[in-house]
Design a protein around this ligand. Structure first.
Ligand code: GLA
Length: 400
């Protein structure tokens, strides 16, 4: 054996190379963080789409990051500042996506750096098809190149849409991008946005960290128009999906409309409370730079956020329905329960939650706390009843 064919340890060069390749392969695989590490609780942040659609630029994103800090939202748990559609204009000859230089003159990397400098994380948007929903360049055929580009920019979260996909296989398309993100070497949360059409909750557990379960939310309580989804329309579509969600892989009933002007304060409180019961990602969608105090108070209600972010990660379900009156509930760490007493109707009515609905012994006595009044209400035996205003909720925790 020639000297240059051996390496330290006396292994022949060929088998040393083999060991090296194996090590690289193992390391390569281990770069794939378990989904649970990427999104152990539902992601919290802000996304530009609901309020701004295509009217986005780097100043809006920077000011939103500033506002997320100043408003107390960062301290309350919000992390991701996510640019949705319309940041991209074309592809260069080498295949790289080019950001709109008019609206993002400093470039995406500088924007990500600014957001990271605030102690926040940065999210971006693309689409599995030929074009995004707004007709911008999308990622089909460029998955690995785009993922590397995102990693180089410092992207922490990708929302991946499903427009212009013609005959593409949905599972293969999303799995391909997951693979590309893993290969980029940067941990990137993967938000799938195919609107629940192919029931991603049945197959995407190891692909997406969250997946949309419905079409787009609109800023209304209850839409009678079948083409539009308000809060209650989306809520009804979540019933039965609860067993598919958990740490690392969340059902996503779409971003929040809290503060966008189409609903009353009690309706926005109900929207936020119900999303927390559903263990939904809490992605605000309003103008954080210009929030009324009552909107800021909704978005930063730490007691409601604590329910959403509960470590057990168990999505709630509808445990009782009597006409317009419903109870939605979920188990929390330490044997507690959270419950939302919902009045969908137009007159105030009493709503009751019985302990047996919460999978407790019926005769039990438990401590009840109101999460919007921030008040302990006392001990209650068997059940708790409260007058709930129209189009509103009372949200409580129950502790035996
Ligand atoms: C789809 C998505 C929305 C938004 C737009 C952007 O409709 O569902 O959330 O991302 O595309 O064009």
């Amino acid at each position: 054996m020639r000297r240059d064919e051996t390496v330290a340890g006396g292994y022949p060069l060929k088998s040393s190379m083999h060991l090296l390749f194996m090590a690289v392969a193992i390391l390569g695989n281990s770069q794939r963080l378990p989904a649970q590490a990427l999104a152990p609780t539902p992601p919290m942040g802000w996304n530009s789409w609901n309020k701004f659609q295509c009217h986005v630029d780097e100043n809006l994103l920077r000011q939103t990051a500033d506002a997320m800090v100043q408003s107390g939202m960062k301290d309350a748990g919000y992390q991701y500042v996510i640019i949705d559609d319309c940041w991209q204009v074309l592809r260069e000859k080498n295949g790289n996506t080019v950001a709109d230089a008019e609206h993002f003159p400093s470039g995406i990397k500088a924007l990500a750096d600014y957001i990271h400098g605030k102690g926040l994380k940065f999210g971006i948007y693309s689409d599995a098809g030929a074009k995004t929903c707004a007709g911008r360049p999308a990622s089909r055929g460029h998955e690995f190149q785009d993922a590397l580009q995102y990693a180089a920019w410092g992207v922490d979260y990708l929302k991946y849409d499903w427009c212009h996909t013609t005959t593409q296989d949905v599972r293969a398309s999303y799995a391909l991008m997951r693979e590309a993100l893993d290969a980029s070497g940067r941990p990137i949360v993967f938000g799938m946005c195919e609107w629940g059409t192919a029931k991603p909750w049945l197959w995407a557990r190891d692909i997406g960290n969250l997946w949309r379960t419905t079409g787009d939310i609109t800023d209304q309580w209850d839409s009678k128009d079948k083409q539009q989804l308000g809060v209650l329309n989306i809520l009804d579509l979540q019933d039965g999906l609860e067993s598919f969600s958990g740490p690392g892989h969340w059902n996503d009933p779409d971003m929040l409309e809290v503060g966008n002007g189409g609903m009353t304060i009690p309706e926005y409180q109900a929207h936020f409370s119900l999303w927390a019961i559903l263990a939904a990602p809490l992605i605000s969608g309003n103008d954080l730079r210009d929030m009324k105090p009552e909107i800021q108070q909704i978005l930063t209600n730490r007691e409601v956020i604590a329910v959403d972010q509960d470590k057990l990660g168990r999505q709630g379900r509808r445990v009782n329905k009597d006409g317009d009156l419903e109870v939605w509930a979920r188990p929390l760490e330490g044997g507690k329960r959270a419950a939302v007493l919902l009045n969908r109707g137009t007159t105030a009515q009493p709503v009751t939650v019985s302990w047996s609905d919460l999978d407790y012994p019926g005769h039990m006595t438990a401590q009840v706390r109101d999460l919007w009044q921030h008040k302990d209400l006392g001990q209650f035996k068997e059940s708790f009843s409260v007058q709930v205003p129209p189009h509103a909720v009372v949200m409580i925790t129950v502790m035996p």
